[in-house]
Design a protein around this ligand. Structure first.
Ligand SMILES: Cc1ncc(COP(=O)(O)O)c(C=O)c1O
Length: 362
């Protein structure tokens, strides 16, 4: 791979972050960019000032959605170290999504080293308050300016950085979820397990429908029978039954969440019974009626762990507000965030440290 080219922005004024960062509204000074040429492969790796793109209106991904993306986070630890949570897993998942979308794969080691350089360069943008972080958005799109439906021959990869606030500024807040069998997000053997724009476009109509009724997100059912629960909005879901914690198994319609994987490892370590299996909605309802569902929570990079306070399906309203159910979700949230901020030992080796020594600049 070629050496990374640097075009650095001259910053004169001090970075002044607002007290309420929101999500994905503020961007740092620089991006990493790289192009794919059908003959030469990935070329022109460059760290450069953030600027708007100029695209031909026929650019392929705009019409046919041939694009993939990732979402991961960098944190500033209590000792002022800069760390990224499981970046190699996210870049491998980017490659898995790419394969399904006929997008050429990236060299994970090379892109990870470029990402570390970018994060180090813009490290002053990493917010410091608890719950805040630097959201990292790598994405790749087909860039041929051609209207025919086929895989693009050229692509662009960009990594964008955005300082983000705590997902719930008021703290750890239970969310209201509406389960629907009227719309589906994805089907097995389709592209549900890929992080690609089409899945998010497919989710908007039902999400807006749920939002208008006061729900935070939609719980999707499987795309074939609408019988099994799959995932919630941008989170994987866990049901805490009396004798088991269950999460839907990865059948192809669900994004294999990296927070999901982390939570499974932690629960195993805590010697709790955790199973990945098909979970029929009928079972959740009948077990709830028997008092055997102690809680429900979602997992994802944005909110980390999100407790479900209300789950509605048709006329059935399942409420979870017992102290018992709160405990596990909160314990998991504390465990993961304490790893992020260097407050507890990183025994799983999930943190990639970004230090001056490892980068060629600054
Ligand atoms: C559809 C969907 N499911 C689940 C997740 C959770 O995945 P992760 O824990 O890797 O952020 C996300 C977020 O990336 C998502 O967009």
């Amino acid at each position: 791979m070629e050496k990374i080219l640097y075009q650095l922005k001259k910053r004169t004024e001090k970075i002044n972050l607002p007290s309420n960062l929101g999500f994905g509204q503020i961007f740092t000074d620089h991006v990493f960019e790289m192009d794919y040429d059908g003959e030469k492969g990935w070329i022109n790796p460059t760290i450069k000032p953030l600027e708007s793109l100029s695209l031909h209106p026929a650019t392929m991904f705009i019409h046919y959605g041939q694009a993939v993306f990732e979402g991961l986070k960098a944190f500033r630890t209590k000792d002022e170290n800069v760390v990224i949570f499981r970046p190699e897993k996210h870049l491998q998942r980017l490659n898995n999504s790419s394969k399904r979308l006929c997008i050429p794969e990236i060299d994970v080691d090379f892109v990870l080293s470029a990402l570390k350089e970018l994060v180090w360069l813009d490290r002053e943008w990493i917010p410091t308050k608890k719950g805040e972080s630097l959201y990292i958005r790598p994405f790749i799109f087909g860039s041929d300016p051609v209207l025919g439906v086929r895989p693009s021959a050229s692509y662009k990869l960009i990594i964008l950085l955005s300082p983000v606030g705590a997902y719930y500024p008021e703290g750890f807040k239970p969310v209201k979820i509406l389960a629907t069998d009227e719309y589906v997000r994805a089907v097995r053997k389709g592209i549900g397990e890929c992080k690609t724009p089409g899945n998010y476009a497919a989710s908007l109509y039902a999400s807006e429908f749920a939002r208008r009724q006061g729900f935070t997100q939609v719980l999707w059912m499987d795309g074939v029978e609408q019988k099994y629960i799959e995932e919630v909005g941008t989170m994987n879901i866990f049901i805490r039954f009396k004798n088991e914690i269950a999460t839907p198994k990865l059948t192809g319609g669900i994004l294999p969440g990296i927070t999901r994987d982390s939570v499974i490892q932690i629960l195993r370590d805590w010697e709790m019974k955790i199973t990945e299996r098909l979970i029929p909605m009928d079972e959740v309802i009948s077990e709830y009626k028997k008092g055997n569902v102690l809680g429900v929570f979602g997992t994802g990079t944005a909110a980390i762990i999100s407790e479900v306070g209300l789950l509605k399906y048709k006329d059935m309203e399942m409420k979870f507000d017992s102290k018992q159910s709160n405990d596990l979700a909160l314990k998991l949230f504390d465990k993961l965030t304490s790893i992020h901020y260097g407050l507890s030992e990183d025994k799983y080796n999930w943190l990639t440290h970004v230090t001056k020594k490892e980068v060629a600049i600054a």
